[in-house]
Write a protein that binds this ligand. Structure first.
Ligand SMILES: NC(=O)c1ccc[n+]([C@@H]2O[C@H](COP(=O)([O-])OP(=O)(O)OC[C@H]3O[C@@H](n4cnc5c(N)ncnc54)[C@H](O)[C@@H]3O)[C@@H](O)[C@H]2O)c1
Length: 264
């Protein structure tokens, strides 16, 4: 017998970036299932609409706004809208992230140099930091929580994904710094560092995404559990960290990687 889903987010408003797909969609769905009013944020309007419909059909309360984290103006505009609509924001979950540069994940240092640096640091680090900064007032008003999503890549340094790895390491640092800045006002800032997870991020550059998804499930992984994660498994960890169950956790980034690079 499965235990009933808890209701840790009743009467709470939780904003989720990257909600159009993958871990962000799974997180928004999980938070809504636990009672939150979720505000979906992403640059991808079609994906946003699909998540919005899925949450609504499951009986959740949901709003959606377009957000492009690579644009300072877009972050400011969305933050203003959010703050006006939600003077008390209980949570901001930053799932949006990019690894691809010009359509490919592998961008070798020697061949490609700094190509893509501004995009990856802009979305993965700067955009999230700006969004938190512009939402401090509603987060403080609710004594809310910020959850960042870095990666086990933060603890690796690969020649081919060196910019992504560096951006995720920077996000771990920014998480600690924001936690220190916001703790006096009762806001926790905490991170998750997922290991390889079967999401659209890895399916983008394949002709047959569903076949690739099945292959990834069958292929296993290099972590202790020997498999890749499903997005719902990362969402469950995010929901815990965003909930009052994690009331004494701040500043740290928790590895959710099946015993992978972030755990050992
Ligand atoms: N999938 C993995 O193996 C894995 C592993 C570790 C960490 N992560 C991290 O988890 C997070 C979620 O990844 P995912 O696997 O769900 O990927 P995904 O590609 O399925 O989802 C990422 C989302 O971010 C959005 N996004 C991208 N650029 C944006 C921008 N400029 N403004 C607003 N939204 C933007 C995309 O539209 C998309 O909806 C990312 O930060 C990723 O780096 C993923």
């Amino acid at each position: 017998m499965t235990s009933p889903t808890p209701r840790r987010f009743d009467n709470r408003t939780m904003a989720v970036t990257g909600a159009a797909s993958g871990i962000g969609r799974a997180t928004a769905t999980r938070l809504a299932a636990e009672g939150a009013q979720v505000v979906l944020l992403d640059r991808n309007l079609d994906g946003l609409a699909a998540t919005e419909q899925a949450v609504r059909e499951a009986g959740g309360q949901v709003l959606a706004h377009q957000l492009d984290l690579s644009s300072e103006a877009s972050v400011t505009e969305t933050a203003h809208t959010l703050a006006a609509e939600h003077p008390r924001l209980h949570g901001l979950i930053g799932c949006a992230g990019v690894v691809h540069i010009d359509g490919v994940q592998e961008n070798p240092f020697l061949d490609r140099g700094l190509a893509g640096w501004d995009l990856l640091f802009g979305v993965n680090v700067r955009g999230m930091a700006q969004l938190v900064h512009e939402l401090v007032a509603p987060l403080v008003a609710a004594r809310g929580v910020v959850v960042t999503v870095s990666s086990e890549a933060a603890y690796r340094s690969r020649a081919g994904r060196w910019i992504y790895d560096a951006s995720k390491a920077a996000l771990v640092s920014v998480t600690r710094s924001m936690a220190a800045a916001l703790a006096p006002d009762g806001v926790r800032v905490v991170g998750v560092a997922p290991g390889g997870t079967i999401t659209e991020m890895h399916l983008l550059d394949h002709d047959d995404p569903e076949a690739t998804r099945s292959r990834m499930r069958a292929a296993g992984g290099s972590n202790l559990l020997g498999r890749l994660a499903e997005p719902e498994e990362i969402a469950a960890a995010i929901a815990f960290l965003a909930s009052a169950d994690a009331s004494f956790i701040t500043g740290t980034t928790i590895a959710v990687d099946g015993g992978g690079a972030g755990s050992r």
